[in-house]
Design a protein around this ligand. Sequence first.
Ligand code: ADP
Length: 395
Amino acid sequence: MKIMSINTGSSSLKFSLFNMDDESVIASGLFERIGMENSNTIIKFNGMKLEEKIPMKDHADAVNVLLDKLINLKIVNNLNEIDGIGHRVVHGKDKYNKSVIITDEVIKDLDEFKAFAPLHNGPNIVGIKAFKEILPNTLMVGVFDTAFHQTMEKEAYLYPVPLSWYRDYGVRKYGFHGTSHRYINETLSNMLNRNDLKIISCHLGSGGSICAIDSGKSIDTSMGFTPLTGIMMGTRSGDVDPSIIPYIMEKEGKNAEEVIDDLNKKSGLLGMSEESNDMRDVISAMNSGNENARLAFLKYCRTVTNYIAQYYVLLGGADAIVFTAGLGENSAPTRMKICENLSSLGVKLDLEKNKVMGETAKISAKGSKIDVYVIPTNEELMIARDVKKAIESGI
Ligand code: ADP
């Protein structure tokens, strides 16, 4: 069974084609700068990486180029070999608590939810429509970033604001990165052959969120109404006092949207270090004595620590803390500092094992009260698994 996972951004399209018999990747790639000058395609397959500049004026063009490439490179002999396509969709609001087969009604809903994730749902729909037009008979499944968190109780997802904001306008915590947190839960539960684990899943990438998982269910998560809140991130501030917004509007003559843009794109590691949004650069600047970089590193670790501690209490203890995504999988110094901050909970790292990069490993020391793991996330595979399930049993 061959299944393709698709992730469309405003000017990009990522794909992975899986052989679901053994979950191996047949081919993967990134199409970028769609609708701009110098659009570029990168396709990896058979151990090769092929890069070619091909004009793509919109996503429909990109889908056509992708499907042509799959045939021309003999990745598939004909397009009917693709049994199903899974689309990452950022926002499913509170209507979608699991992956669904994409019908016209689903597309209509996503259009309606656009106001909740304008940067993401818009491009996601464009991608879905482009594929539907070219492959009208192929099964398509929508996999929502928000769905996993639909198990949160009201006490977790409501904000302490006028209740009418929730009733009338849908103001609540939705949470994101759900596909990644679900993958972490599934992987660790399979590894340990248990389905009752209390897991604190730390997705630390350029965006980041922490999730408290109890027996496979998301109990709480750090991102909220939008992905801006929670822990400090590469360029996002995470939690800040909203009164800062009108204050900076006045000081810098900006409107609310511009200040929110600063909180999304000019804050976090980048804003505090004044160096980079990439933790590698921040750590190397810190090691050369840059004080702002040191503060950015410490603040990052502190915000992650705070959420882990909060969720440890909420869960009534934890079987495992899991680090995942670019930074979580690769940055030993960040993991070390966060775990050092957690020493009063009895967390102890094995510093040798903590050197691991991008591989599954238990990195806690013998005698640590909570086991600590690195598990590389795989949202693409999770999406493909959902499509496979839909094909085999209907969702
Ligand atoms: P996203 O998918 O959200 O764009 P990723 O999960 O790929 O992000 O994570 C990218 C981030 O991971 C980079 O911005 C960088 O900060 C961080 N990262 C990757 N490798 C390392 C490393 N070796 N050390 C520290 N940070 C790293």
